[in-house]
Write a protein of this length. Structure first.
Length: 221
């Protein structure tokens, strides 16, 4: 049996921004994010920046002896006349460990497809992050933490990001640490309140805090 050769799909941009990227007129992801045009094509992101992926453990199954074993997808079932129909929900974080990060969620028939769709959603939600040295204990002048304290919210969960001095590291839970690492932060104090076991809202609240950093920067300019 002959081996099947993988055929690489050629991206044909459809949006004005996508065409600028294809022509080489826009070559930096930050330039694309700062433009007045909304990013509608995830392929555009692939052309401009290499992103690493982290899957958020939003699902769970009963563990041995009680407790809950975390899984990468949340499985749901809907009853139809023909029987139960199952779908998987996944949440991913994409970032370059330097200047951009995105969070996305998606549903699909299986876990792998849900993760791929969540990655696509993450690319469309990509934001440029703001860094600085907002800690009075440090004042080193380098971009290693958040420039000032900021709070984000999702559902009943609130996440506050506070500037930390160099060497503290990311004082946060597992999922918020994934978000901050992919964004490129080295030292941040994190305080989370509410139903923090709901990891989807926890990550969304952290991402909302990063979005607010952008909003506050734009107001000050």
């Amino acid at each position: 049996m002959a081996e099947q050769e993988e055929v690489e799909e050629i991206w044909t941009p459809k949006t004005k921004l996508g065409k600028k990227v294809a022509r080489g007129e826009v070559t930096d992801i930050r330039e694309a994010l700062r433009s007045n045009e909304k990013i509608m094509e995830p392929e555009l992101i692939d052309e401009l920046v290499d992103l690493d992926e982290e899957v958020v453990l939003i699902g769970g199954t009963p563990g041995k002896g009680g407790g809950k074993r975390r899984t990468v997808s949340q499985r749901t079932a809907r009853m139809h006349k023909s029987g139960a129909r199952y779908s998987s929900k996944a949440m991913t974080i994409l970032g370059d460990h330097n200047s951009v990060v995105g969070v996305g969620t998606a549903h699909a028939n299986d876990t792998r497809a849900a993760i791929e769709s969540a990655n696509r959603d993450s690319k469309l939600n990509l934001i440029e992050i703001q860094k600085g040295c907002g800690s009075w204990e440090c004042a080193c002048g380098t971009d290693h933490t958040v420039p000032f304290e900021v709070t984000g919210k999702a559902g009943s969960v609130t996440v506050t990001l506070k500037p930390a001095p160099k060497g503290i590291g990311l004082a946060a839970g597992e999922e918020i640490t994934k978000l901050l690492e992919l964004a490129g932060y080295k030292d941040v104090w994190v305080q989370a309140r509410g139903q923090t076991r709901t990891r989807e809202n926890l990550v969304k609240a952290g991402f909302n805090a990063l979005e607010k950093l952008n909003e506050m920067k734009m107001r000050s300019e």
